[in-house]
Ligand binder design. Structure first.
Ligand SMILES: [Zn+2]
Length: 292
């Protein structure tokens, strides 16, 4: 977890550890040749690359908001082997280190329903009982995402797991959003599509400063070229259009772009041609520049 928060006006952003895993590098870079992407994030002998699943904790003056929830603690041993998990879901311990409990999370924003983002909404306790992880929170999902949540199509079945939603539905913890919605004075969500039908972005704006969380539209800093999309993207041409639009819009506002899957860079500012002009955390170890 980042101990020092990134401050955006009156808000503080923390990256929590929702469990790390390794995925095939080819699937993360879709049409991009390996000779190019491996210069950004080198692959192991099995062709996998390291990836985080880092929920973003947004602390505003009045609310604690979580963006996505990590892998959760419900993966079977077989699933852990398939997804090559390398560190556990440790959200609750990290919240405790910030003086927060599960009950202190006021809102959960789900960018979309994939298991690596929604896996932590429902947890199992020591007796193996399932319970809503953040009982005081309303969970915000785009209405366009809902059909794949309640009745996943052939492709969504692979990554939209009912175990992650049934308990939320039973407890009435989901609020569906249409399009743009101002969550609180500093935080707005907006339907974007592209990666999935109902994928949404999160904008944090306070005291003239801005950050934007594009979720899986911009999963790591190595995806700064709008054409570098993932094999996991359901609508790749839409992803390209989204990236071009949002990169231009938020660069004008000198915004931070925050990452969910990036093992090295948690946020960056973009210059022209996908150049990173600032990165967070700032890195004194220049060997890490290999990845930029
Ligand atoms: Zn993802």
């Amino acid at each position: 977890m980042s101990v020092i928060p990134l401050r955006v006006g009156a808000t503080e952003l923390y990256w929590l550890s929702g469990g790390d895993f390794r995925l095939d590098g080819g699937t993360m870079f879709g049409p991009v040749p390996k000779s190019l992407w491996q210069k950004k994030i080198p692959a192991d002998a099995d062709n996998t690359i390291p990836l985080c699943n880092d929920p973003l904790l947004i602390r505003t003056p009045t609310m604690n908001i979580l963006v996505d929830t990590g892998l959760g603690n419900k993966l079977t041993q077989k699933q852990q082997a398939i997804f090559k998990t390398t560190s556990p879901w440790s959200l609750l311990a990290q919240l405790a280190s910030l003086g927060l409990s599960r009950q202190d999370i006021d809102l959960v924003i789900l960018t979309h329903g994939d298991f690596d983002h929604a896996g932590g909404v429902v947890m199992v306790d020591e007796q193996g009982r399932k319970e809503v992880t953040f009982p005081a929170a309303t969970h915000l999902i785009q209405e366009a995402e809902w059909p794949d949540v309640i009745s996943p199509g052939r492709r969504a079945q692979e990554s939209y797991w009912p175990i992650n939603f049934n308990e939320l539905i039973k407890n009435g913890k989901i609020q569906l959003i249409q399009g743009s919605y101002q969550v609180c004075p500093e935080v707005r969500i907006c339907h974007a599509g592209g990666h999935t039908l109902g994928h949404q972005l999160v904008e944090i704006a306070s005291q003239g400063e801005t950050a934007v969380h594009l979720g899986d539209l911009f999963p790591t800093h190595a995806h700064a070229n709008p054409l570098w999309v993932m094999a996991y993207d359901n609508f790749p041409l839409e992803v390209i259009a989204c990236k071009e639009r949002y990169f231009a819009e938020y660069r004008k506002r000198d915004a931070w772009f925050t990452f969910y899957h990036d093992p090295l860079v948690k946020a960056c500012k973009l210059g022209d041609k996908g150049r990173l002009t600032y990165r967070w955390p700032q890195c004194a170890d220049h060997s890490a520049d290999l990845f930029i």
